[in-house]
Ligand binder design. Sequence first.
Ligand code: NAD
Length: 285
Amino acid sequence: MSTLLNGREVANSLLEELRGEVEALKAKGILPKLVVLVAGQDPASAVYVRHKEKACAKVGIISEKLDYPADVSEEEILKKIEELNNDESVNGMIVQLPLPDHIDAGKVIKAINPYKDVDGFHAYNVGKMMLSKDFEDLAPCTPKGITKILDHYDVDIKGMEAVVIGRSNIVGKPIANMLLNRSATVTICHRHTRDVASHSRDADLVVVAVGIPKFLKADMVKEGAIIIDVGINRLEDGSLCGDADFDAMKDKVGMITPVPRGVGPMTVACLLMNTVTAAKKQATL
Ligand code: NAD
């Protein structure tokens, strides 16, 4: 059996550290606060938002959820963002994705003050993250969480052949960039890649984020490789499954994240980390 990269454990120790930081901030009169805007009733989003609220309560961050019906206008969301941008008691805000189809997510993200953009999706923060590892302070949470897991298990990424499967703005592209920031040689595969396996089979590190259950098969990875499975897929029987065929490859690979208890809890922990970072930064402005 390979080493299980236990994201839940790493996330819990990160939350514990953050609890201490939040206490210290509170002693100085700074009360970190996160606002989550939710439009519509997406069941998966509801689960993720609950996780975020629970984690905030655990570390002492004030969290507020603003629920809107699915037919809320784009204008109303933009107006609320403007209000939150100007509200000094709010350090971070996120708009839970996906948004209903009639709302332009790009426009909404652009409206968020980059200093309060704790999801790290604003072009300002994405651009900073492109520059180097030193500018990842408000970087997207899932990729940031992946780098934290790898750090925790002392994985030295420098010089590795890394393959990222998936090129979304929230996972694939930013993790590819963060691995590049850490001097990996990075290949990005996506739905138009002719032969994904021809790339992944040579990789020391594979990050798979496609949203297809068990997409990454055991014969697509090399022996001893490190596998980061970002996928969260709900199967018909209600169970969760990743994008990697965990059972088939667990004895072949060197390290692997499980689903659940892998990347998911790290995403939430990094959201809180970004909120604390934002609160600290705003206190010095
Ligand atoms: P997305 O749908 O935005 O992007 C999927 C990507 O996969 C696309 O870039 C597409 O080109 C690529 N792809 C699709 N089919 C492919 C194929 N046959 N071969 C190669 N590439 C292919 O998805 P996303 O938002 O990046 O999320 C991916 C998965 O990660 C989903 O299961 C999602 O639920 C999960 N996710 C988990 C977390 C977490 O915290 N663990 C966070 C975000 C997303």
